[in-house]
Design a protein around this ligand. Sequence first.
Ligand SMILES: *[C@@H]1O[C@H](CO)[C@@H](O)[C@H](O)[C@H]1NC(C)=O
Length: 455
Amino acid sequence: MARLTLPAVLGVLLAVHTATSTKLVCHMTNWAQYRPASGKFTADNIDPFICTHVVYALATINNFNQLIPTEWNDEEQYKMLNSLRDINPALRTLLSVGGSVNGISPFIAMVSKPESRAVFIKSAISFLRKHNFDGLNLAWEFPGQMGSMPTDKAKFSELIAELDQAFLEEARDTRKTQLLLTANVAAFESTVTGAYDVPKIAPHLDFINVMTYDYHGHWESQTGHNSPLFSSNVDSGTHLQHNINSSISHWLSLGAPAEKLLLGFSTYGRTFRLSSSSSFLGAPADGAGDAGPYTRTAGFWSFYEVCSFINGATVEWIAEQEVPYATNSVVWAGYDNKQSFTAKVQWMNSRNLGGAHVWTLDMDDFSGSFCSEGRYPLVNHLRNAMGFPPKPTTTPRPTTTKDPLTSFCSGRPDGLYENVADKTTYLQCFNGITYLHRCQPGLIYYDSCKCCNWP
Ligand SMILES: *[C@@H]1O[C@H](CO)[C@@H](O)[C@H](O)[C@H]1NC(C)=O
């Protein structure tokens, strides 16, 4: 952000006088394409007007310290994403770099020496320009953790300062608009302390996405909410800090400028298996709720999977934390809905934060086929709550249709079944509902192993 041009100065003045929450930054993931049937998401499912920025997760760093894609079709999806700007020229796109190999972040080796950082920076600029992105998002989870040494905190600061300088010089030399530089950062105080020198990194970043979710989950022995706004009466000790208000207050106290901090909004919930007849906040739990049929991860449901669950469940509101949960006596799910998004936007505005970031577009009901509230009910609501003007009307894209074989599973036990009509796909029955899955390209389904394999 080392821009010293007149438009930048005017921009700052303007920002003081207008609403502060001006950014709505939405993440998409390149693994959402592997979700079955109506859960399958690719960049062409994005509404070009829904967010101000879209962040494509995830790219990584190879052994030669170069920025590289992670999926076989990333380049195709980069094209889909970046062509959305033909429809909405104001949209900005960023590529997120992070992940881990065998639990080790590729940032660790890359930041270790000035030479390896220089290789990365050079490769990042040419990769971003080649694929037409507007910027880079650093998603290192986290400096100082998971095999990273405490000294990596200073190395991360150096990387960020060097990237900023290189982006500035590249823009000057090529007369292009300077690439944006952003980071996804931790919310927990103890992690933040070990990972970031806030006064050193904040001046160089265009915005900072605080990951204000994953506060509670099935790894704990009592129910707790994924993304509460405030602490609750069942919190004690460090758990008193496991909420949005504490995390953002901490970032502000470390000197982060409010207008650069973006509040994280989750389009997913976290679930627990209840271990007694109690189902309130803080009730005993002994594990994760079952995996959802689309996200296929125990203890974790996308918003559209929550939508299916709450039909037969009791929905409660945690007044002191301003978030909902749903329970059916066996499962407890803490998630976000329109009401909690509104509460968070009001709080965000009261702190004059720069806006919101969403994890992720692909876990909202992007097709509108699950929740009967139209496409992207949560993110559209967030837009409205933040006071964005109505979107221009565009011709609606065809929404994903429900699976044709809807009655296949009625009366059948849960499990996987052959699809005789198309062996590159197979059927899953879950609670009487039929889901169509597709094998990876080149593979077909074998009922003998209940798996996809080479023909
Ligand atoms: C929000 O956080 C601040 C700073 O930690 C604290 O003083 C305040 O009591 C919190 N507000 C609520 C409602 O918990």
